[in-house]
Design a binder for this molecule. Structure first.
Ligand code: SAM
Length: 277
């Protein structure tokens, strides 16, 4: 997988992208990335990437030409080509965008659909992800026709799309094959199976009087699995009723919830006897 960040502040990415799990994954060559300065595609001495909005109003709006040129350049140049120098001006770019299956150009935008674990999974299956980061009051409306989708990381407004792009990268890269040692952790964690994760405990058994549930020390993995499913259900219902309402509960899930609520189990059905013919 290759990720391109298009930004007027490309310096933001390096410190985050070289640390932790994501940094190690990049060093191991599990994915590649480039930070492309949108300013490299601006024209003129002043390297302008923003202008005052038509019709008046507060702030500045990102101009379409350098942004769209940066999108076209990123779409036409594979990971082996380094980003244009950040102090470059008027970098040549193709006049159209090369559209290819396996590549998505995503505009970070507070008005876009919300980022979810499902989106991260979809992006982790791509060959090329181009994350376009706005700044100032946002981007000229006409840029939207040059991207495949918009994406918001939540219902609040950031000063720029860079942190949002890093959030998307972090969540997507950890799903790439080989990035996390334990694949099971991505299958059981919050939002993977439509549930929040069950509570986790480690040493010490007694932390200031708060004890680890006895069952987890039993070594009975079937019982532990059942308890964890029950806890995940109870926790999701309590903390995220919106997520819970989208679940399709199995009979066993309903039994686990009833048990947690102290409801008596339903009477067992008698087996019907076949009449001898
Ligand atoms: N005027 C814009 C609006 O009302 O939606 C906000 C512009 S914001 C100050 C500048 C840039 O930050 C946006 O163009 C976008 O790229 C990014 N941004 C802000 N909030 C975001 C969010 N919740 N998710 C993704 N990107 C966001």
């Amino acid at each position: 997988m290759h990720i391109d960040f298009l930004s007027v502040l490309p310096e933001i990415f390096e410190p985050v992208m070289r640390l932790g799990v994501v940094g190690r994954a990049a060093t191991e060559g599990r994915f590649t990335w480039r930070a492309i300065n949108i300013r490299s595609f601006s024209t003129g001495r002043h390297r302008m990437t923003d202008e005052a909005p038509f019709g008046g109003g507060a702030g500045m709006v990102m101009k379409p030409e350098p942004l769209v040129s940066a999108i076209r350049w990123a779409s036409a140049h594979g990971p082996d080509v380094p980003a244009p120098p950040w102090d470059a001006v008027d970098t040549p770019a193709p006049s159209t965008r090369e559209v290819r299956e396996g590549r998505r150009v995503v505009l970070m935008d507070a008005a876009g659909p919300p980022f979810t674990q499902e989106t991260a999974r979809r992006y982790a299956a791509l060959e090329h992800l181009v994350l376009v980061c706005g700044r100032y009051e946002g981007v000229d409306e006409r840029v939207r026709a040059h991207v495949d989708e918009l994406l918001s990381i939540g219902d609040y407004v950031l000063t720029g799309g860079e942190l949002a792009a890093l959030v998307v990268t972090d969540a997507s890269v950890r799903l790439l094959p080989g990035v996390l040692g334990n694949v099971a952790s991505t299958l059981e964690e919050s939002h993977s199976g439509g549930l929040l994760e069950y509570p986790q405990y480690t040493r010490p058994r007694d932390f200031e009087g708060a004890l680890v549930p006895e069952l987890l020390l039993s070594g009975d993995h079937a019982k532990i699995g059942r308890w964890r499913r029950q806890q995940a259900l109870v926790r999701t219902r309590a903390l995220r009723p919106d997520v819970f309402s989208r679940l399709t509960l199995t009979e066993e899930d309903q039994r686990l919830l009833d048990e947690a609520d102290g409801k008596p189990p339903p009477p067992r059905r008698k087996r019907s006897r076949r009449k001898a013919s």
